[in-house]
Each structure stands twice: as structure tokens, then as C-alpha cells.
Design a protein around this ligand. Structure first.
Ligand SMILES: [Zn+2]
Ligand SMILES: [Zn+2]
Length: 99
């Protein structure tokens, strides 16, 4: 998937982008929304996780941390009378290779 971001050919990029949008709609891949409107994509293996994103080299590391988030979701649902059905959460910073 990383190779898709390295394409220099604009036409190929557009085609790839359309294919990715289609795959995302079909549920085969997940969109990871990053800062400043940049999106990354990964295969949807059916597991829920979050990401550590290196802002220097764009490396993305999947991490799990649901315990605290379930509590937070319950709190927010009560506070705002809002039914939460999903969430996404990314952490931005510098990876060990860049730091
Ligand atoms: Zn890095
Ligand atoms: Zn989560």
C-alpha cells in the first residue's frame, strides 16, 4: 500500500485513487485520515485498532488500546445523549528510526 503513495504519474495516481475509493466502499480497505486532508489506506483485516503515525517518514504502526476508550465512549454518550457506533484515533509523532 505504501507504494501507491510513491506514484509520480498523475493519471495513474487518479486511477489508483478511484480504485481505492471503490475498495473502501466495498469494505476491503480502511481509510486512515491523517493531518491536512492526507489519507492513507490499509487492508481491512476485520480487527479494530489505532495508529501511531510518524510525521517524518509516514510510517504507520497499528496499536490496540480499547479499555480506556470504551469508558470514554460511555461517558460521551451520557454527556451528549449521543449513540457512538465507531471511532478512529491516530497518534502523530516521531518514530524510533527518525527520533
Ligand atoms: Zn519515522
Ligand atoms: Zn478503538
Amino acid at each position: 500500500v505504501a507504494a501507491l503513495n510513491e506514484s509520480k504519474d498523475h493519471i495513474a495516481e487518479t486511477t489508483v485513487y478511484r480504485n481505492i475509493e471503490m475498495l473502501a466502499k466495498e469494505g476491503f480497505i480502511k481509510v486512515i485520515s491523517l493531518l491536512e486532508g492526507h489519507n492513507r489506506y490499509e487492508l481491512d483485516r476485520g480487527d479494530h485498532h489505532h495508529h501511531l503515525v510518524c510525521t517524518n517518514c509516514d510510517k504507520i504502526v497499528p496499536v490496540e488500546m480499547e479499555e480506556h476508550l470504551t469508558e470514554t465512549e460511555h461517558k460521551l454518550e451520557k454527556q451528549h445523549n449521543f449513540k457512538i457506533t465507531s471511532h478512529s484515533l491516530e497518534f502523530f509523532g516521531i518514530c524510533s528510526q527518525c527520533g
